[in-house]
Design a protein around this ligand. Structure first.
Ligand code: ZN
Ligand code: ZN
Length: 646
């Protein structure tokens, strides 16, 4: 008999050789029907792998990330089989699951695959899936494996096998298809009910441009047709909301090849938007006891040698800047923390003067390969809404709660209501991985977990996910399209205070090390605005909109009245403008809709006579004719309902 420990901590006994699927069946038939993947003692196994020793077993369904990975990877086998049938002589390479779906890299003997070929591949793959073929793993010797692929003239698989150790090589068979594979499959192909080929792209073998270029076929699959339909609708919506497209349409930012890739240029409307976001956070930070600091964009190389950043990132980042003086080198600032440590170091502090909270909208530069750059989400220069808190270990719990409060305030004011949190703690079995005393780690981890509980966060604890220098809490925000974004990390750090020899005088008159907290609710202004654009589709919360209202005079006769309306709106701090072009009101409305301006104020004969404005909301709702005062109240009420004071 073997002892199997389940995630709830219960231990059950089974005969040696029992499979994960049989374990599921012993718990309930319903569970067994949904199980598509499993992990045994931390290693992914098949649902039909015989378990031969005591250990911990986790069973996964489609609803788990691990289940989806097995599902999509298994589909890549089915699609590869379809490609072999449709493109005789095609050479298979690798076919992993990715975040959303899977890909398979193939070397086509001739021609290419294009969008018009997708339906045929899908049809073929789906037919194979319907055959309900079991995925069966089998071992092979290195010699057998090499022989198979040498006979197919497949140099890619041969290369893969040459790097494997004899005795570790496995194949996965289903139907008439066979593939070199480590494992991690669903029970059979019949579970796959919907397959969509999404795109093709060129990809170099092993990512090296000196190698052959292969065809990468991207796809996704689902256990229900309905789920595929929903996914495709989301993709359509995501395309419409792509921040690169919206940023251009709304004239927020641009890029210039001349300035350089990955270096965003903020246009006036985008700069105003950023400024509003910054002022919003500055105001809340001031109330929370932060002090603003400003530091330069470069620092001596030595600074980053001290901080450890040079050792870790130096080789893969922007290279040092030289000066006419020999041996003098500067680096573009990759992080603000070292500068803030030096600010802390300018004078001695007693425990009574802590915490010190230094905040800066600090621009940093990190080299990203050009292929990795993406709109505002992956750039080479960006501004963090950074702050570092230096406190005593006893103050950590309160500081953590304050940072959570601030982060929740920020997310709430920007319309993010759907989020979870993750607390990353040590791997207790590997104490050698972490710096700082065990006592301090325990204190910090408890402080974070208690703070998360006290604030009512929906959170999970991940052990082993902490950085070597301290535990942390991450917020995971779900956007309007159901995608997860990591935002607002709060990170404890025992490392930099050590490296920069930071101290404070304790009540015992001795010198002690402060604890450092890094935090940035937005993360970076660039990435946050990208996320906000995609979450809202450009319909930002009213308080943040570049223009809140546009006045549309019916004809030039009403321009003077329009100007009068504008003046009183401005007196009420409402951002508005007049569209007095010689165009029809219909055309002006259409353009204002395109520009996502929340309110269109139409002024004509009647309005002027009655001293009113006719209000149309973005999206078409007609609010009728009301006084300017009533409109101003409406706008202010709406702003106050989302933008609570901190
Ligand atoms: Zn496989
Ligand atoms: Zn930092």
């Amino acid at each position: 008999m073997i002892k199997i420990t389940l995630p709830d901590g219960s231990i059950r006994e089974y005969a040696e050789g029992t499979t994960p699927l049989e374990v599921a069946k012993s718990i309930s038939e319903g569970l067994a029907r949904n199980i598509i993947s499993a992990k045994f003692n931390g290693v992914t196994v098949e649902t039909v792998t015989p378990l031969k020793e005591d250990g911990s077993l986790i069973l996964y369904s489609w609803n788990n990330k691990e289940g989806k990975t097995a599902f999509w990877h298994s589909t890549s086998h089915v699609v590869a089989q379809a490609l072999e049938e449709l493109y005789p002589g095609v050479k298979l390479t690798i076919g992993p699951a990715i975040d959303n779906g899977f890909y398979y890299d193939v070397d086509l003997p001739e021609g290419s695959i294009s969008e018009k070929d997708f339906p045929e591949i899908e049809k073929n793959a789906l037919e194979i899936a319907r055959g309900k073929h079991d995925f069966k793993m089998r071992s092979a010797t290195k010699a057998e494996a090499l022989e198979l692929y040498k006979s197919q003239d497949n140099q890619y698989k041969v290369e893969l096998i040459e790097n494997l150790e004899d005795g570790t090589i496995t194949f996965c068979d289903h139907d008439t298809f066979t593939d070199l594979c480590r494992g991690g499959h669903i029970p059979n192909t019949g579970i796959i009910k919907a397959i969509k080929i999404l795109s093709v792209a060129g990809a170099y073998w092993r990512g090296n441009e000196k190698n052959n270029q292969l065809t990468r076929v991207y796809g996704i699959s689902f256990p229900k047709q309905k789920e595929l339909t929903e996914y495709l609708e989301l993709l359509e919506e995501a395309k419409k909301r792509d921040h690169r497209k919206l940023g251009k349409e709304l004239e927020l930012f641009t890029f210039s090849q001349k300035v350089g890739q990955g270096l965003p240029l903020w246009l006036p409307k985008g700069a105003a938007l950023r400024e509003r976001l910054e002022n919003f956070l500055k105001k809340a930070q001031k109330k929370a006891g932060y002090e603003m600091v400003i530091t330069p964009h470069i620092g001596q190389k030595e600074l980053y040698v001290t901080s450890g950043h040079y050792e870790k990132y130096g080789a893969d980042s922007f290279q040092p800047i030289k000066t006419p003086k020999e041996d003098e080198e500067f680096l573009l600032k990759p992080m603000n923390c070292p500068h803030h440590c030096e600010i802390y170091n300018t004078k001695p502090f007693s425990y009574r003067e802590l915490p010190k909270r230094y905040a800066e909208f600090g621009t940093v530069y990190r080299y990203e390969q050009s292929g990795e750059l993406h709109g505002l989400t992956r750039v080479r220069g960006f501004t963090q809404d950074d702050a570092h808190i230096f406190c005593t270990p006893d103050q950590l719990a309160d500081e953590f709660k304050n940072v959570i409060d601030l982060t929740l305030y920020v997310l709430g004011s920007l319309g993010f209501g759907n989020f979870t949190a993750q607390v990353s703690v040590r791997d207790l079995e590997k104490p050698e991985k972490y710096i700082g005393s065990v006592e301090n780690w325990e204190k910090a981890e408890n402080a974070i977990i208690n703070a998360a509980k006290e604030k009512g966060l929906d959170f999970v604890i991940e052990s082993g996910e902490a950085a070597f220098y301290g535990p942390k809490l991450d917020f995971m925000v779900k956007d309007a399209l159901g995608r997860n974004w990591q935002l607002g990390t709060i990170q404890v750090d025992y490392n930099l205070p050590e490296r920069f020899d930071l101290t404070y005088k304790g009540s015992d008159n001795e010198l002690h090390r402060p604890v450092m907290i890094h935090r940035a609710p937005f993360g970076s202004m660039e990435r946050f605005i990208a996320l906000l654009l995609e979450h809202t589709g450009g319909n930002f919360p009213l308080w943040l909109m570049p223009e809140q209202a546009i006045i549309l005079p019916v004809s030039e006769k009403h321009e003077i009245y329009a100007q009068k309306v504008l003046n009183s709106l401005e007196n009420n701090d409402i951002r508005a403008l007049i569209d007095n072009r010689n165009e029809t009101v219909g055309k002006k409305i259409r353009e204002a809709e395109m520009n996502k301006i929340p309110f269109m104020l139409i002024v004509g004969e009647n309005e002027e006579k009655e001293e009113t404005i006719s209000i149309r909301r973005h999206g078409g709702e007609d609010l009728g004719a009301i006084s300017v005062k009533a409109f101003s109240d409406l706008v202010l009420n709406e702003i106050n309902s989302t933008l609570k004071s901190f």
